[in-house]
Write a protein that binds this ligand. Structure first.
Ligand SMILES: Cc1cc2nc3c(=O)[nH]c(=O)nc-3n(C[C@H](O)[C@H](O)[C@H](O)COP(=O)(O)OP(=O)(O)OC[C@H]3O[C@@H](n4cnc5c(N)ncnc54)[C@H](O)[C@@H]3O)c2cc1C
Length: 459
C-alpha cells in the first residue's frame, strides 16, 4: 500500500478548514493530499465573504458619496459603473485564490490533486478514494466539501436565469428590479448591495421577520433601516409560481398565487445545502442526517473512525471562522494532544450597513434557557463618535444573567458592529462578568464607548 498513491491524510475540499489543515499536517510530518474539484478557497474566497464584502464596500462608498452634502461637500452626481464594481470584487477574489494556489505550487507535501473526490470503500486499515481518474489510498480522510445554494421547488424558477450566491459574480448587468427570495444574512447583504447600486429591490421572506434567528426588536430595527433606503419587504409570504412575460418576470405570491410582483431579476438566497450526496459516504458507512449533514462529535469525528469532518457540512454555524476553527480542532485531534474540541463561543455578523455583530444568546434564547435575564440597551445616536462621523443609526443590546453578572450575549446593530462585538466576544471567552467592561476605560471619542455604555445601562 506504500508508494505515490498512499497518503496518511486526504483532505477532500479546499475550503476554509481544508487548506490550513493540509499545510499544518504536512508540517507535522504527515504525508498529505488535498483534493479540490473546482477552485481553491471554496465559497468564502470565490463567491462568498471576499467578493461580497468587496462589493459591499463599493456600495458603502456610493452611499456616503450620495450623503456628501450632510458633510459639507459637493459631489454633484454619483455614477455607478456596475461592471467595474463586479470586476473589483472578482479581482480581489482572484488574488486571494492565487495566493492559495501559490501555497501548493511545486509542493509534493501537501500535494494538490485536481478533481472530484469520491470514497470507494475500504482498503485494509485505510480508505480507497477516487480523485478524478486516479484512485488513492488514505489512512485518514477529512471531509470539507462545503455547501451550495438551496434552490426551492418553485414552478417556473428553473426556466429563468436566476441569480444566486454561486453565480452573482458572473453577472455584470445591473437588475432594474430585483426580487430577493430569502431574508437571511446573504439575502439582506445582497439586497442592500443591489439597492445601493441603483436597483429597485423587494425582499420576499416566508417567515414573519427578517433574520429569523435574531430577537424581534433587532430584526425589526434592521428592517426599518433597510426600508429607509427604499428596499421593499414582503414578509410571511412565499413565491408560488414564476412566469416570464414580455420584458420581465412576474412572481405569483402567497398560498394561491393571487398577489403579483413584476420584477426584472430574481436572486435566490434560501439557504445552503451540503455537498455530500456524491461523496460515496455510503461506501464506508459515514452517518448523515436526512439533509446531508455529516454527523460528528465535538472532536469532529464522524461515525467512522479515521474519517473526520470540517466546515459547513458538519451542521451548526456555517461561517468561515468556524470552519477555520475546525482546522485547529482537527490538527489537535489528528496530530496533536487531542484536547481541542468544538466547545466554543461562536460569533457572527450580518454585513449590512449598519452591521449586525452578534455573539451568544439572544434575549429570547436566554429567557427560554431559564436565565434571570437583564438587558442593557444603548442607542448609537447617543454615542459621540457615531454622530461625529454621521453613522448614528442602530443600537446595542446586551443580555446578561442578573444573578452571576455573566455576559450571555450581545447584538450590536451599529456602524462597525461586526468589529465592536469583539469587546463582548473576548470578555465572554475570558469568562469575565459585565462589570469588567463597565469598570474599564474606553477611549473617547470611539464607537467602542457605546460597548461600555450598553453595559452601564443594564437594568
Ligand atoms: C454569498 C456568501 C457570503 C458569505 N459571507 C460570509 C461572511 O461574510 N463571513 C463568514 O464567516 N462566512 C460567510 N459565508 C460562509 C462561508 O463562505 C463558509 O462558511 C465557508 O466558506 C466555509 O466553508 P467550507 O470550508 O465548509 O467549504 P467551502 O469553502 O465551500 O469549500 C468546499 C470546497 O470543497 C470542494 N468540493 C466539494 N465537493 C468536492 C469533492 N467531491 N471533491 C473535491 N472537492 C470538492 C468545493 O469545490 C469547494 O472548493 C458566506 C457564504 C456565501 C455563500
Amino acid at each position: 500500500m506504500a508508494g505515490n498513491s498512499f497518503f496518511d491524510v486526504l483532505v477532500i475540499g479546499g475550503g476554509q478548514a481544508g487548506i490550513p489543515l493540509a499545510h499544518a499536517l504536512a508540517q507535522k510530518g504527515k504525508r498529505v493530499a488535498l483534493a479540490e474539484r473546482e477552485n481553491l478557497g471554496g465559497s468564502c474566497v470565490n463567491f462568498g465573504c471576499t467578493p461580497t464584502k468587496a462589493a459591499i464596500a463599493s456600495a458603502k462608498l456610493a452611499q456616503m458619496a450620495r450623503r456628501a452634502r450632510e458633510f459639507g461637500l459637493r459631489i454633484p452626481t454619483v455614477e455607478v459603473d456596475f461592471a467595474a464594481v463586479i470586476e473589483r470584487a472578482r479581482n480581489l477574489a482572484l488574488a486571494s485564490r492565487r495566493r492559495l494556489e501559490e501555497g501548493f505550487a511545486g509542493s509534493d507535501n501537501p500535494k494538490l490533486l485536481r478533481g472530484q473526490a469520491r470514497l470507494a470503500g475500504r482498503a485494509e486499515n485505510a480508505f480507497r478514494v477516487a480523485v478524478g481518474a486516479e484512485t488513492i489510498i488514505a489512512g485518514q480522510v477529512v471531509l470539507n466539501t462545503g455547501t451550495r445554494s438551496v434552490i426551492p421547488e418553485i414552478e417556473g424558477l428553473r426556466e429563468i436565469a436566476f441569480l444566486d450566491a454561486g453565480n452573482w459574480l458572473k453577472r455584470t448587468e445591473l437588475p432594474r428590479h430585483l426580487a430577493m427570495i430569502g431574508g437571511g444574512a446573504i439575502g439582506l447583504e445582497m439586497a442592500q448591495f443591489y439597492r445601493r447600486m441603483g436597483s429597485q429591490v423587494t425582499v420576499i421572506e416566508s417567515g414573519d421577520q427578517l433574520a429569523g434567528h435574531e430577537d424581534r426588536d433587532v430584526a425589526d430595527a434592521l428592517q426599518s433601516l433597510l426600508a429607509a433606503e427604499g428596499i421593499a419587504f414582503r414578509l410571511g409570504t412565499s413565491v408560488k409560481r414564476i412566469e416570464r412575460r414580455e420584458g420581465g418576470i412576474t412572481l405569483r405570491l402567497g398560498g394561491d398565487g393571487s398577489a403579483a410582483l413584476d420584477v426584472s431579476h430574481v436572486f435566490v438566497a434560501a439557504g445552503r445545502r451540503p455537498n455530500t450526496g456524491d461523496l460515496g459516504l455510503e461506501t464506508v458507512g459515514v452517518a448523515m442526517s436526512e439533509h446531508g449533514i455529516v454527523e460528528a462529535d465535538e472532536r469532529r469525528a464522524t461515525s467512522v473512525p479515521g474519517i473526520w469532518v470540517a466546515g459547513d457540512i458538519r451542521g451548526g454555524p456555517q461561517f468561515t471562522h468556524t470552519a477555520w476553527d475546525d482546522y485547529r480542532v482537527l490538527l489537535s485531534q489528528i496530530a496533536g494532544d487531542g484536547k481541542r474540541t468544538t466547545k466554543r463561543i461562536v460569533p457572527y455578523a450580518i454585513f449590512t450597513d449598519p452591521e449586525l455583530g452578534r455573539v451568544g444568546l439572544t434575549e429570547s434564547q436566554a429567557r427560554r434557557g431559564g436565565h434571570a435575564v437583564k438587558i442593557g440597551r444603548f442607542a448609537m445616536k447617543h454615542n459621540g463618535k457615531a454622530t461625529e462621523i454621521g453613522e448614528s443609526e442602530g443600537f446595542i443590546k446586551v443580555v446578561v444573567d442578573a444573578r452571576s453578572h455573566a455576559l450571555l450575549g450581545a447584538s450590536v446593530l451599529a456602524a462597525e458592529g461586526a468589529e465592536l462585538v469583539h469587546c463582548y466576544i473576548d470578555a465572554m471567552n475570558a469568562g469575565a462578568s459585565y462589570d469588567v467592561i463597565a469598570d474599564a476605560i474606553h477611549i473617547h471619542p470611539t464607537l467602542a464607548e457605546a460597548v461600555q455604555s450598553a453595559v452601564t445601562a443594564i437594568a
